[in-house]
Design a protein around this ligand. Structure first.
Ligand code: ADP
Ligand code: MG
Length: 555
């Protein structure tokens, strides 16, 4: 039997690539700049393996040139260029990636930053352009060629003039339509913003001529415009820099530039991991709760980069909910990207990174708790609730991660204490970790139910957040010690009930019960009280405070 090759309806295929792969038009610029960066990388690689060549850093750059009048946007690079054959193969064959081939031929392994791999990015130009012209002169060649296409109908290649090695992509930008504004892709400031957003950490300078204004010489109110060539991208991402070279200010500035918050971060965590999965990350723990934190609008997540190119603005999978307040970025070479380079197809590496990040945040918080108690308490004031929700919503191992990060106000210390600290102070005969739930510390202090426990000299933790008691019920024990509400009927403290009291006052208790009818289950004499005449107590798992919260919830 003869095996036949699949054929493709190339017009349809191109149409699919142009219109279905990408969700945002603006990414065409990311794709072209990535290609230009790859092209410069290839020259760089050539100079590394050939001693007769040197790499003059200043000669290598990418330049973006908008021309509003003619509706033309040019992207020029001084990279390796393409021969006639390469223009034909790389830009004429859909899904053919010259860059992937280059990587394979030269056996470039990890650490090499070549971005291209799918062989479709170039066609995203048709999202914004009616006509695309590519003028290229290949490294080591005297001839230049012009490739031109208006999309699905095909392309032409012919010889042309070009002085220097490299490639120029010339886009004839589409006219505005009713629902699409294409003018924006000719606007200096818009282009600058797109470059900043997706390509800030491309390693070669991305230049643009920016129109500036200044006071005319000798004048106090007359301005003139002038053109200044600017480098738009920051090139070396802060997370690839050496920690020792960076100051706290550098991190604070980055936090500010990224609009992570208006506060200053209480802590930054700079991670560089080389192992089963390699990645760099900078994470921030904010000081204050973002104003929208407890609204539906708040989206947790970290920025995700692959080789310095932005893939995702908020990758939620990188953070557990209870660390949802953490801000920052992750950059990894090891991610499997899908064809649009937007979403991840296989998330094994991502899961590894997420796990690693979780452990790191936890250990940094523990360190802060141990060494910078004041700071930790400030942090806890903002985000402690979130951690307690984490324990409460646990179906896995949250409580193990979080139990040592929790703090509660202590009757004994008159300040926030950890569970470990509580347990370390427990007298030998004390069976339970006692807590009292109420609206505020002041209210709890007046609770009659606390008397007996305090009298025994035992410490009580004050639960003033709705979630506290629920979280603790989920946890069940801490270091083998059960939690016990002070309003529970069995406190586990020896007190002989006075039978005579019960008998002598039988009638009184009966009539009290009658009057309170369905509000109480029973009325009894108690030895627990000293200064208060009565108190409420509960039987079973659901305490009085929990019942209040449950009753307040919408059904
Ligand atoms: P990918 O970048 O994933 O390989 P593209 O469709 O973006 O796919 O580009 C296809 C190929 O065209 C690239 O692999 C590269 O060989 C070639 N190419 C594109 N742009 C340039 C450029 N500016 N300079 C040199 N070669 C380029
Ligand atoms: Mg590409």
């Amino acid at each position: 039997m003869e095996t036949k090759q699949f054929k493709a309806e190339s017009k349809r295929l191109l149409d699919i690539v142009i219109n279905s792969v990408y969700t945002h038009r603006e990414i065409f610029l990311r794709e072209l700049i990535s290609n230009a960066s790859d092209a410069i990388d290839k020259i760089y690689y050539k100079t590394l393996v050939d001693d007769s060549l040197t790499f003059e850093k200043d000669n290598y750059y990418i330049k973006v040139i908008p021309d509003k009048e003619n509706r033309v946007l040019k992207i020029c690079d001084t990279g390796i260029g393409m021969t006639k054959e390469e223009l034909d193969e790389n830009l004429g064959v859909i899904a053919k990636s010259g860059s992937l081939q280059f990587k394979k031929e030269n056996e470039l392994k990890d650490g090499y930053d070549i971005i291209g791999q799918f062989g479709v990015g170039f066609y995203s130009t048709f999202l914004v352009a009616d006509k695309v012209t590519v003028i290229s002169k290949a490294f080591g060649s005297d001839e230049a060629y012009k490739w031109e296409s208006e999309g699905v109908d095909g392309y032409t290649i012919e010889p042309c003039e070009k002085d220097s090695v490299g490639t120029e992509i010339i886009l004839k930008i589409k006219e505005n339509t009713e629902d699409e504004n294409f003018d924006q892709y000719l606007d200096e400031y818009r282009l600058k913003a797109i470059i900043k957003k997706y390509s800030d950490f491309i390693r070669y300078p991305i230049k643009m001529d920016i129109t500036q204004r200044r006071l005319k010489d000798g004048s106090e109110n007359e301005y003139e415009e002038y053109i200044e060539e600017q480098i738009i991208n920051s090139m070396v991402p802060i997370w690839r820099k050496n920690k020792n070279e960076l100051k706290k200010e550098d991190y604070d500035n980055f936090y500010f530039e990224k609009h992570y918050g208006f506060d200053k971060p209480i802590k930054h965590i700079h991670i560089s991991v080389d192992g089963a999965v390699s990645y760099n990350a900078i994470l921030f723990i904010p000081e204050k709760i973002p104003f929208d934190f407890y609204t539906k609008e708040y989206e947790k997540g970290l920025e995700l980069y692959s080789n310095g190119v932005l893939i995702m603005n908020k990758c939620a999978d990188l953070l557990p909910d209870y660390f949802g307040f953490v801000k920052g970025i992750v950059d990894s070479e090891d991610l499997s990207l899908n064809i649009s380079r937007e979403i991840l197809q296989h998330d094994r590496q991502l899961k590894l990174i997420a796990k690693n990040i979780k452990t790191k945040i936890k250990s940094e918080l523990e360190k802060m708790l141990k060494n910078e108690r004041d700071k930790y308490e400030k942090f806890y004031e903002s985000f402690g609730r979130q951690l307690k929700y984490g324990v409460y919503s646990d179906f896995g191992s949250n409580k193990d991660v979080l139990k040592d990060l929790l703090m509660f106000y202590s009757s004994k210390e008159k300040k926030m204490v950890t569970l470990a600290e509580y347990v370390s102070r427990m007298p030998k005969e004390q069976k339970y970790i006692y807590y009292a739930a109420g609206e505020s510390n002041e209210r709890i202090e007046k609770m009659p139910q606390t008397e007996l426990v305090l009298d025994k000299g035992y410490e009580i933790l004050y639960f003033t957040d709705d979630v506290d008691e629920f979280a603790i019920k989920m946890m069940m024990t801490y270091e083998g010690k059960e939690f016990k509400s002070v309003s529970s009927s069995d406190l586990g403290i020896e007190i002989g009930e006075n039978e005579n009291d019960e008998k002598d006052n039988k009638e009184l208790f009966e009539s009290m019960k009658d009057i309170l009818s369905d509000k109480v289950k029973d009325v009894r004499a108690s030895k627990r009280l000293k200064h208060h005449p009565v108190c409420l107590s509960n039987e079973g798992e659901i305490t009085i405070e929990m019942e209040k919260i449950l009753n307040a919830m919408p059904n």
